[in-house]
Design a protein around this ligand. Sequence first.
Ligand SMILES: NC(=O)c1ccc[n+]([C@@H]2O[C@H](COP(=O)([O-])OP(=O)(O)OC[C@H]3O[C@@H](n4cnc5c(N)ncnc54)[C@H](O)[C@@H]3O)[C@@H](O)[C@H]2O)c1
Length: 282
Amino acid sequence: MSINHPDTKRIAVTGAAGSLARDIIPRLADAGYSMVCVDRTPPAESFGQDWVLTEVADTGTLVEAFRGCGAVIHLAGIPLEDDWDRILSANIDGTHSVLEAAHMAGVPRVILASSIHAAGFTPVPPAGDFIPDNTPVRPNTLYGVSKAAVEALGSYYSDRFGMDVICLRIASRIDRPRDVRMLSTWLSPDDAARLFTAALTDSVKGFRIVWGVSANTRSYLSPDAGAALGYVPKDDAERYAGDLTGPAAPASAAESDWDRQFIGGVFCSPRPPRQPSMHPST
Ligand SMILES: NC(=O)c1ccc[n+]([C@@H]2O[C@H](COP(=O)([O-])OP(=O)(O)OC[C@H]3O[C@@H](n4cnc5c(N)ncnc54)[C@H](O)[C@@H]3O)[C@@H](O)[C@H]2O)c1
């Protein structure tokens, strides 16, 4: 495939051995996409796709992997609060390398995994109000700072080189909501696949920031930019509300003061959780 004529049904996915990728790769395959999957870690399952094992810092290897692809979905990185040198290297330098490789390989579209924590200190709005997709960055962690930088890099590559770059500010991507805050912020695995599939279409050009959230009754994250992409979420966290607010609800599901104040919840506290059981996306 010529670099001037990328195949819209051939895409690259970085971080393809990770948990979000495991949710979306089979669903993208069902939608007719073939993939070159990139990760530094060998996958538990190949999903019948091509694999390239590399650090995303290796721009030259990425250029070869990306050649002929119609889009890159960039998921590789540290999904947790961590030390600055690790965050800087994996999330910021890594995203620069991916965007540079996409540009060099002639890939017209890149989907970047941002996070609600890029804007985590945004106050929770009054009931019924929505926070716009492109609300200014207000990071609540160094992780959130890295996602703000990811968005800035995407904006730069879009304006400078004419690339279409869609930044998905993913909220709480998890099998099912596990606390009251997630009744507002949940992104179901099926809706995550719907969101990434919509972002791959060229319905929207240029640079966009889009909330990654399901059709939750209690959502305060605007659905507008997702709708413009053609994203139609189908899941609603409300069906779990009884389990999380009723008399039998676990104490861990209760809404904290941080959850009431800021969209980034407890990750806005002075000691944001770092351990894997408290993933920042939650
Ligand atoms: N999962 C969520 O709910 C959520 C929410 C918001 C944002 N995100 C973002 O989505 C992306 C994927 O998240 P996840 O939950 O699947 O994380 P994960 O840790 O399960 O997967 C990340 C993958 O990236 C790979 N990776 C990390 N650094 C790399 C490097 N330098 N070179 C090559 N590969 C590298 C890892 O080996 C891993 O397989 C991350 O960027 C994360 O910040 C996820």
